[in-house]
Design a protein around this ligand. Sequence first.
Ligand code: ARG
Length: 585
Amino acid sequence: RRFVSTTNEHKNMGTLKKQLEKLFEVSLKETVPDVVDVEPLVAACAGNNNAMSLWSKIKGKDTRFKGPQPVGQTIMKNLPQSEMIESCSVAGPGFVNIVLSKKWMAKCIQKMLVDGIGTWAPSIQVKRAVVDFSSPNIAKEMHVGHLRSTIIGDTIARMLEFSNVEVLRRNHVGDWGTQFGMLIQYLFEETPNWEEAGESAISDLQAFYRASKAKFDEDPAFKARAQQAVVRLQGGESQFRTAWARICEISRREFQVIYQRLGIVLEEKGESFYNPYIPRVLAMLNDQGLIEESEGARVIKIEGHNIPLIVVKSDGGYNYASTDLAALWYRLNEEKADWIIYVTDVSQQQHFDMAAKRAGWLPSQANLYPKTSHVPFGLVCGEDGKRFKTRSGDVVRLVELLDEAKSRCKAALVERGKDAEWTADELEQTAEAVGYSAVKYADLKNNRQTNYIFSFDQMLNDKGNTAVYLLYAHARICSIIRKSGEDIEALKQTGEIVLDHDDERALGLHLLQFAEVVEEALTNLLPSTLCEYLYNLSEYFTKFYSNCQVVGSAEQTSRLLLCEATAVVMRKCFHLLGMIPVYKI
Ligand code: ARG
């Protein structure tokens, strides 16, 4: 059993919050040595909130204190000397406010510039994670729901990788369902010479799927033959396997086009991969007495659910749930993952997690590893607020969506005369970077649980909380640095950051909260947290830049370094969100 995983070891500085917690831990031990188990309560904006709850614990017992306020005073007094702290005060009923030292903040930022943003990675308690995302179904259209899963899952994987977790990016494609009986039978009947005909027999996979589905629904005799075909495929008959493999291959190639365009890396381990493991896994669960007979099917009863989890259908076949149980077993035992994350739409409640808890594969307490997390997301809607469709009512083809994002961006650049200023390549690359980033950011910036409205006009607006605005903000910072004529790499080593102006300080503090935000986004599996941080960063920068002259000022060196630090953190955010930065506009 590996219920406890060890913390990764890095030379990173840890979050601001953790560093403050360490100081308060020391003080609390000193202040109330008799009270065990006090966790330091540090708020994000540098303060401590232990006094109130402590007071209710020690009231009447510890006569040194007359109320929560003095407890706070003592906590403050007992804080160890630290270069982090400039001053502190106690507010209200014992809240300890900390003013961070400007010098210390400046030093941290400078150190990051020299040692790299990797030193600001959060460290989380996980060694190896499986992120199960994208996962479209073979032969069916990869629809906008899969686009959401792809974008959200990729970001989660990127944040984990940044936090030094080994990530197994898994594409759990639907390549083993009953639809294959229908597809294969249709292929055999419509194109008897399919083996020689090669791929021309199925040039348009979606059309092929629709036609075979129509026949399946209309013709009961065909339906029966199709069901027979599934049995023969799953029995391993070679002709059926060959046809199956061919259909999968064509589909795979289409998915790959999308992944390539979006810069998504993931490894296919589809449903069929886990099929050989199902009998063993079910036998194990059966030995534990977890599997029961119900109306001809084999089921696992789940506490608190009226409907049991079917693991063997009444016809003896396996299903989506049995595959997922086998996959979970494999991920825990063969791949030794301690965090398994599923990114699917809200409708897919993860019943098999609960089955796994019953079997003792997973600890029942939510804060222990290994654990599984389901990352549900809402619908993509059209501007009419209804499920996103084309004008003719078809599902929206992702390739066309990306094409349009790119061509709209290109048109906007041409309108601003960039075609005369830039090479054709630069124009093309910028349009692509901005267009695809816009599609991703528009999805990620919403709380993923809510439905969101897909609107090119909104996502490609260069004002407001959009990728276009943010990418341009970054490009503008880069151009400030370029125009100064200074060698920024040299300045990192020799220059010094000073945070005297209020707006410099505010920007600096926000930069320092980066690690904390990534950690929070990961804990809650909410990429929107990072988007919000990024947008606020650009706001802090704007305020700083409008009130603090950079080029030509006495503080030029420090302020250029602050510009650079902002650009570095922005680029890391872009990277984590799967966006591509641009350097000039
Ligand atoms: N293929 C499924 C779908 O399109 C998603 C698979 C999610 N992953 C899993 N392990 N069940 O809805």
